[in-house]
Ligand binder design. Structure first.
Ligand code: FAD
Length: 443
């Protein structure tokens, strides 16, 4: 395809969703990513990517696991608040779901996605990332964005990947939507390996022989710990401590992220055994109801802009990766001469994605806040993990939903491996059990 035939695509936001979308779209289209920050502030802490997302990133986009250098989950261990072991189970998602479950430093994941999006060696043309470019308004019908300095840019497709405070979402919905307080906040911290190793009771958390996710749970608060940065000898231990807002002296900050108070954090865990009390950033956890639409004209929203969710399933980033893959698959083959078909193709992306993302969003809420009337899922936690992880790309999912994918029906090349007609039976019993517990404790 010549340059003049390629669709012009503007992506608003260079977070996980925006960079993943740029990676998925660069093979066939011209991609410009507009990012308001200078990208030096990418938030620390870690993010785990389940096999549904890692499969796409590795098989479809060529994510380099050596560069990423992330440990894989080999164990899931759960303790009570008194430090009594409840569950210790070996995990092998490569065997059960065909891809690793990766424990990433956020900066490392971000850098690898940026490399995939912009590297000269990749497929098609490298995406351009313009930093310091804040988008002030978006017009989905016209296909234009207006920047802070008044510049107006026009494209065939606009992708709003601008996170939970999205202005692209306002352009889709026609009104501002503010995500609701969930009543919980999360402290997040990274502790150097040396510090953890010094403590004989906690050193196993970064010990290369038993890497994985460890949780300490009570009825309304939990600590989730896992190593990152260093596939066999991790440099850091990531800790997320989720507490009810009322456990904090002054309630959680309105600005949604702030410097966390160690004193408040430690006080919140005073009922835990001494060795488990943590000694930091603070995030107020916000929640959003499923949206009725993700598209308007030439604009589609993805990632947290379209389905911000509580972190209890560890799927917000994973769903962003799935959105990105769907965009790549379902805009495939479109040229500028067929530009009039873009709104319909974006609606197709929405149709294929919205039910699944909303379900995972709702389940994350239920796991965090408990079931409410009208919000009760019939799958148990183990089954839901299988639902999360048994995903083989948008075309496969469209077939499952019975959605006709006009002109792309034969698109086997768009699929990720692991599905050849027969449903792959996921996880064996111990893994199911561990996963069932994990989904209730993730972060
Ligand atoms: C405590 C916690 C733990 C989590 N753990 C996990 C986990 O383990 N696994 C998982 O999959 N998910 C996890 N998540 C969720 C995950 O972090 C998010 O779903 C994911 O980062 C969303 O990515 P995004 O690109 O949609 O949004 P963001 O990361 O918010 O990126 C949006 C980008 O858009 C830019 N931007 C915003 N507005 C504009 C504008 N007007 N113009 C230009 N640029 C703009 C921003 O600067 C930013 O770079 C967790 C979340 C929390 C809070």
């Amino acid at each position: 395809m010549s340059d003049s035939e390629r669709l012009k695509i503007i992506i608003i936001g260079a977070g996980i969703a925006g960079l993943a979308a740029a990676t998925a779209l660069r093979a066939e289209h011209q991609v410009l990513v507009l990012e308001s920050s200078r990208l030096k502030q990418e938030v620390g802490a870690a993010i785990h990517l389940g096999p549904n997302a890692s499969k796409i990133a590795i098989e479809r986009w060529g994510m380099d696991l050596t560069r990423l250098n992330s440990p894989e989950v080999a164990w899931y261990t759960e303790y009570t608040q008194q430090g009594e072991p409840q569950i210790k189970a070996q995990i092998d998602t490569r065997r059960d779901f065909g891809a690793p479950w990766l424990l990433n430093h956020r900066v490392d994941l971000h850098q690898e996605l940026r490399r995939l999006a912009t590297d000269a060696e990749g497929p098609g043309a490298p995406a351009t990332v313009r930093t310091g470019a804040r988008v002030l308004s978006v017009d989905g019908d016209e296909g234009t964005v207006t920047l802070g300095d008044g510049e107006i840019l026009k494209a065939d497709v606009l992708v709003g990947a601008d996170g939970i405070h999205s202005i692209a979402r306002t352009a889709v919905l026609g009104y501002d939507l503010v995500a609701k307080r969930s009543g919980h906040s999360a402290y997040r911290m990274l502790i150097p390996r040396e510090k953890v190793i010094e403590d004989p009771e906690l050193s196993f958390l970064v010990d290369g022989t038993s890497l994985g996710i460890t949780t300490f749970v009570s009825h309304d608060r939990r600590v989730v710990a896992y190593p990152c940065r260093g596939s066999t000898r991790p440099e850091l231990l990531n800790i997320v401590a989720i507490v009810p807002d009322r456990a904090l002296e002054a309630g959680s900050t309105e600005s949604w992220s702030a410097e966390g108070s160690v004193a408040e954090l430690v006080a919140s865990f005073s009922s835990f055994a001494p060795k488990l009390r943590p000694s930091c950033g603070l995030w107020q956890l916000r929640d959003q109801d499923p949206l009725h639409s993700w598209t308007r004209g030439r604009l589609i929203i993805i990632g947290d802009a379209s389905h911000a969710m509580l972190p209890h399933q560890g799927q917000g980033g994973g769903q962003s990766v799935e959105d990105a893959e769907a965009l790549g698959a379902l805009l495939s083959g479109l040229t500028r001469a067929q530009s009039s078909r873009i709104p319909q193709r974006l609606q197709l992306v929405e149709s294929v994605r919205i039910e699944r993302a909303s379900k995972i969003q709702g389940y994350s809420r239920e796991k965090a806040l408990g079931a409410k009337d009208g919000n009760t899922f019939t799958l148990n936690a183990g089954e839901f993990s299988a639902y999360n992880y048994s995903y083989f790309g948008a075309l496969d999912w469209a077939r499952k939903l019975g959605i006709e994918v006009d002109g792309l029906e034969g698109g086997g090349k768009e699929q990720v491996a692991g599905r050849d007609g027969d449903e792959k039976e996921p996880s064996e019993a111990p893994v199911r059990q561990a996963l069932a517990s994990l989904v209730a404790a993730s972060g």
